[in-house]
Design a binder for this molecule. Structure first.
Ligand code: GDP
Ligand code: MG
Length: 177
């Protein structure tokens, strides 16, 4: 049992990566606490947050790691990736640079993680459709080509956030079980 008396059969480490300001911390707080923080400066970098899920009647715990702003300096260390079973590579649909940088994040991750890691590409800020800079179809095609799960989310409205995390964790579960 863990510190809350919760017994689990599977524990998966999941990491959040992607450029600064794409919404990684808010995706995590939306999923684990149903909270959104409009002021990025007020975002306090937590080391990780946990979520407990039932998958096929099994108790699964996900330990989801967030950066504390190191991504600004491209200084994410190997320890961050170590032991990760899954990753969410996040970009901002209104920021084409953040999408162009996805390839760099994928490379850094692959250099530092297990070959069988499950990866989800996530286009966040879907509520800002009027400012969209990255077409859905382009990102979807990239994801298909690179064997990544793909969704668009809004941490602001909560649209697709639960589904994105649960789908990733379900895919990890299916790979290891
Ligand atoms: P991080 O640097 O990747 O962790 O990004 P943050 O979670 O700190 O978010 C950066 C900024 O974008 C903050 O001002 C957030 O309020 C804002 N933000 C995050 N997610 C969304 C979203 O889905 N929609 C909108 N409109 N803003 C968002
Ligand atoms: Mg953050």
């Amino acid at each position: 049992a863990d510190e809350y008396g919760y017994d689990y059969e599977f524990l998966f480490k999941v990491v959040l990566i992607g450029d600064s300001s794409v919404g990684k911390s808010n995706l995590l707080s939306r999923f684990t606490k149903n909270e959104f923080n409009p002021d990025s400066k007020a975002t306090i970098g937590v080391e990780f947050a946990t979520a407990s899920l039932d998958i096929d009647g099994k108790k699964v715990k996900a330990q989801i790691w967030d950066t504390a702003g190191q991504e600004r300096y491209r200084a994410i260390t190997a320890a961050y990736y170590r032991g990760a079973a899954g990753a969410l590579v996040v970009y901002d649909i209104t920021n084409s640079d953040s999408y162009e940088n996805v390839s760099k994040w994928l490379k850094e991750m692959k250099d530092n993680s297990d070959a069988n890691i499950v990866i989800a590409l996530v286009g966040n800020k879907s509520d800002l459709g009027h400012l969209r800079a990255v077409p859905t179809e382009e990102a979807q095609n990239f994801a298909t080509e690179h064997n990544l799960l793909f969704t668009e989310t809004s941490a602001f409205t909560a649209d697709n956030v639960d589904h994105t995390f649960k789908q990733l964790i379900q895919n990890i579960y299916e790979m290891v079980s």
